[in-house]
Design a protein. Structure first.
Lengths: 134, 405
């Protein structure tokens, strides 16, 4: 059974990740694209029961999908989105730091590497919580 | 400072070298173990039959070159000149190790228990690997042909590990800094559960290093700190010998307390702390063995002289840094910079997939391993052998190059 075979959960973008709320990371992509990144994360199985991790892939290359919160800053571009899968689901750009609730599982990183979506260097930096410029 | 450079073609994720074995961790999640000594012996005979033993010694027994016996030989200008000439010639181009060479020296290939790993460590003949799945340990050195069985030591998600003093330090990101005793003799009397990692600090840590028996943790967002411990007592005062009495945590010192309000990347090395900032690199002597056992810290004992390296290799903050015997290695967004002990800077262009130095090694302290997109490059810095102790910018003091009586 794959996630794609399950009913698609409803998705609702959260306003505070789009209205420049200082303590919230901010999306750079449209709401439609945000949901698309979420749906792709589910279909690619970059998810657990309650969490998912997404990338913005344009023409086979990853791109930043948002930026970190102004408070506490510094504001930095972010390449990965974290989603809380629920009813409805929502998500936001995230550092996905190790040890945090949005840390990326090794299985998901391995798939990104195997598919050539991110280089070995980027995968290593994401997994270790290091600065990761695309 | 010059280095012999080996290039091993292949799609690798990371590498380790330990006690005569090279471990190549492939990007498809397979760990390969090779007989490093035989691999280098064959390579040396092929590239320079007359100088095979010299090449082999630089790559196989790097630390021996720091022995008083060898250094007394280098007191002779003609000996030094002859050796230098040969090594300079061999250092002009990378020495290639092909698949055929590797196959002849391969000992085993096994699936990794987790992939991609966040860090690797080898301590007391056991390999440790960490990831978001936890920490796994193996003992691959029991018999040349045996297979490797990895066990999960903990399911704590971990970003970085480092072993010393019979313990494995684990940087668990926002969950903080942990330690695991690796041997029953190292069990802490205050440890709540031997099987579980012990929580050393709640402060975030994505990197951990050692400076003597203290832990040095760092996090790119919340800063670095030293987790200071009471002095272990017993035999082997100068080293982390097995059987020492337990040490216990005393307090945490933040990087700005230690470096006059500065912040950057904090790393530990043998008897030193390093703070890499965008303005320069600051190094302090760090000698916790001067600390009185089981009493609160006295700042006079803690903080020794500060040394400032100027200029910083670049004007931006490194992604990572490590103290090695041959100098300081910095990682920037798309390059590695080696600030060598002779004051010469080497820039290795390109974003490394992974890189590693081996400061605790008995034989490979002069090596830097850099994993590229399609190869592993091994740098064996030999110029460090010829630097007089009092001319070394950083690193362990070495015997003077004086002739034997």
């Amino acid at each position: 059974l794959t996630r794609a075979a399950l009913p698609s959960p409803p998705y609702l973008p959260k306003a505070d990740h789009r209205d420049a709320t200082a303590k919230k990371s901010q999306w750079w992509v449209t709401e439609r694209r945000e949901e698309g990144i979420f749906r792709h994360a589910l279909s690619a199985l970059w998810c657990t029961d309650q969490k998912a991790w997404g990338l913005r892939i344009d023409d086979d290359f990853p791109d930043y999908l948002g930026e970190s919160a102004r408070d506490p800053g510094p504001v930095e571009p972010l390449a990965v989105a974290f989603f809380e899968v629920g009813n409805p689901s929502h998500g936001y750009p995230s550092y996905c730091r190790p040890g945090d609730k949005d840390a990326i599982p090794a299985r998901v990183l391995a798939d990104w590497l195997a598919q050539g979506l991110l280089s070995k260097a980027k995968i290593r930096k994401l997994g270790k919580g290091q600065r990761c410029k695309l | 400072m010059q280095a012999l450079r080996l290039r091993i073609a292949g799609d690798y994720w990371d590498s380790l070298i330990y006690d005569g074995s090279l471990y190549l961790f492939r990007a498809d999640g397979v760990m390969e173990r090779y007989d490093w000594d035989s691999l280098i012996r064959r390579l040396a005979k092929r590239v320079s039959p007359d100088d095979a033993s010299l090449v082999g010694d630089v790559l196989v027994r790097g630390r021996r070159w720091y022995s008083p016996e060898i250094r007394s030989l280098f007191a002779s200008k003609s000996v030094r000149g002859t050796v230098t000439t040969i090594l300079e010639r061999l250092s002009r181009e990378p020495l290639e190790i092909g698949r055929k060479d590797l196959v002849k020296s391969q000992i085993l290939a096994e699936d990794m228990p987790t992939f991609p790993t966040t860090d690797l460590e080898c301590f007391k003949s056991t390999i440790y690997c960490s990831s978001s799945d936890g920490i796994f340990e193996s003992d691959p050195l029991r018999g040349r042909d045996s297979s490797v069985a990895f066990d999960r030591a903990t399911d704590l998600p971990v970003a970085g590990i480092a072993a010393s003093y019979g313990t494995l330090a684990a940087a668990a990101g926002d969950s903080g800094l942990f330690e695991m005793a690796l041997d029953e003799r190292q069990r802490y009397d205050w440890e709540p559960d031997f099987a579980d990692p012990m929580h050393v600090s709640n402060r975030p840590a994505t990197v951990c290093t050692w400076s003597q028996f203290d832990l040095v943790a760092d996090d790119s967002r919340s800063g670095g700190y030293v987790a200071a411990f009471s002095r272990p007592e017993g035999r082997g005062r100068g080293r982390g010998a097995w059987g020492e009495r337990p040490r216990s945590p005393l307090l945490e010192l933040e990087e700005d307390e230690l470096f006059h309000g500065r912040s950057g990347l904090l790393r530990g090395g043998s008897k030193s702390l390093l703070l890499a900032t965008s303005d320069g690199t600051f190094v302090r002597r760090w000698e916790p063995y001067r600390r009185k056992a089981h009493v609160d810290l006295d700042a006079d004992y803690l903080v020794q002289s500060e040394q400032w390296f100027e200029p910083s290799p670049r004007r931006d903050l490194p992604v990572d840094a490590r103290i090695a015997d041959f100098g300081i290695v910095y990682e920037y967004d798309s390059s590695l910079v080696v600030e060598a002990n002779d004051g010469v800077r080497h820039t290795l262009r390109g974003e490394p997939a992974n890189w590693r130095v081996f400061p605790r090694s008995q034989r490979y302290t002069n090596q830097l391993h850099v994993v590229r997109s399609s190869s592993l490059e091994v740098y064996a810095f030999w110029g460090d052998f010829f630097i007089e102790s009092d001319a070394r910018i950083l690193g362990l003091p070495r015997p003077k190059m004086t002739a034997a009586p």
